[in-house]
Design a protein around this ligand. Sequence first.
Ligand code: ATP
Ligand code: MG
Length: 552
Amino acid sequence: MSAAETPASSNFIRHIITKDISDNKHNGNVITRFPPEPNGYLHIGHAKSICLNFGMAAEFKGSCNLRFDDTNPEKESIEFMQAIEQDVQWLGFNWSNKHHASDYFEQLYDYAVELIKQGNAYVDSLSAEQIRQYRGTLTEPGKESPDRSRTIEENLALFSAMRQGEFDDGQYVLRAKIDMASPNINMRDPALYRIRRVHHQRTADQWCIYPMYDFTHCISDAIEGITHSLCTLEFEAHRPLYEWVLDKLQTPAQPQQIEFSRLQLEYTVVSKRKLAQLVNENHVNGWDDPRMPTIAGLRRAGYTSASIRDFCERIGITKKDSWIEMGVLENCIREDLNENAPRAMAVLHPLRIVIENYPDAQEEILEVSNHPQKPELGTRKIPFSKVILIEQDDFAQTPPPKFKRLIEGGEVRLRSSYVIKCNEIIKNDAGNIIELRCTYDPDTLGKKPEGRKVKGVIHWVSEQHALDAEIRLYDRLFNVANPESENNFLDVVNPDSLQTLNHCKVEASLANSEAGNLFQFERIGYFCVDSKDSSAEKLVFNRTVTLRDTWS
Ligand code: ATP
Ligand code: MG
């Protein structure tokens, strides 16, 4: 889907909920949850789920919980939990309750015992490899484990011994007793619990058995009274299991699972596992590297939360898998910043201009508006003086056709300032242009020059007033639209995704800018003060997005 053909956002889930309310299903309540596993930072795909879950709850005056799905302790951490909370809040959402699946470990255990007592679960001694062999294939039914006929008493004793730590990891699993011939492989006696001696970030070493996702999720939903359990399409084939568990157990509520398509975004990857690999193998500088599609990375790059919410609205909610062009996301921030970012001037590759007819010691303070269409954004003061800096490529010794900027003997307007004329080119011994000698027309401040047309306008800064800055130009992290279709997605990382410019100059008014402040650098793009590395001594700016979509 391209930026141009973004549909008016559709959302079939809204229709389902509207109907459920009118049918008084779930007593007319709408309670949703956002259930991240704390094994990484949230990414733009999660933003889609967050906007949907919190958005539906808000729209229907319901509530939405944040639930950490923390049942895989090896890869989970408190750092990730804190980052997730920060990102959800930054996106503009407040949870009604914060829960952890681990809060339910005791209840989950009791529910498992209940299934055993009903004869609906058994302890199996097959190895992981044997279980795989017994499972069958899409075309062949599975084979029943010899342990399937264990008595309830034996199962209860074994399950209790599993919990007590009497067995080695992997020696036994608890399995649901459903149907080894089911056409749905998820229903062929799925595992409910496994033995794993791993320290858990919240329950420490209290447990050596951990419940599986499919068992945990539906019961957690039911305990919290979730009405609409919204998840991504890969769980569609797990829905019968979700319903089977809740059907067998006397849970406090009967949530319904509804699936929608995952966000797939071109030129990036949205999988915590792959993002973790990029971080751990130093392809990027941490989870909040501005090239990362994480919420933290987008924030550091200069994306506003409003632009991300806008993006989630534009892409809509459907059941159809589709790829979204990166341009759709970029357009959201570009439109936001075009509207709201104050303008400023920065020179990335400075070229010195000496204005020969400007008095040596003179300086003028020009009052310049911060936004051409928005007087309410106020004005700022820009100093003008004898020596200014312009962009190297705004001058051409041998200009290409239609070049409207500065040429030898030609005139150009300095943005918000005077018209200057280039009289002489100064080169160093190596033959490189190091300076231009110019004159200015004192009669052109805020006025058209008399008797001639000057077409070009270029940006500039006053040399003695300008501030040093490092400017980081970020580009797409991958060279191909779908890195995940490669054998190894790391092979297609874009080696030029970060270009650091160390000798940039920015206008003096930016001295007071703060981490996260956003600007349009005139004629260059949108930039954000880096939240980690920028300081009063050396400002650091990240390019958020170019002025125009240069990719399509
Ligand atoms: P990942 O593979 O990146 O770890 P996940 O689905 O395993 O993704 P979870 O932390 O389990 O990540 O996800 C929390 C919620 O966010 C789930 O409901 C999940 O369906 C949803 N979600 C994750 N990725 C996407 C995506 N790309 N688009 C929409 N929703 C997503
Ligand atoms: Mg997951």
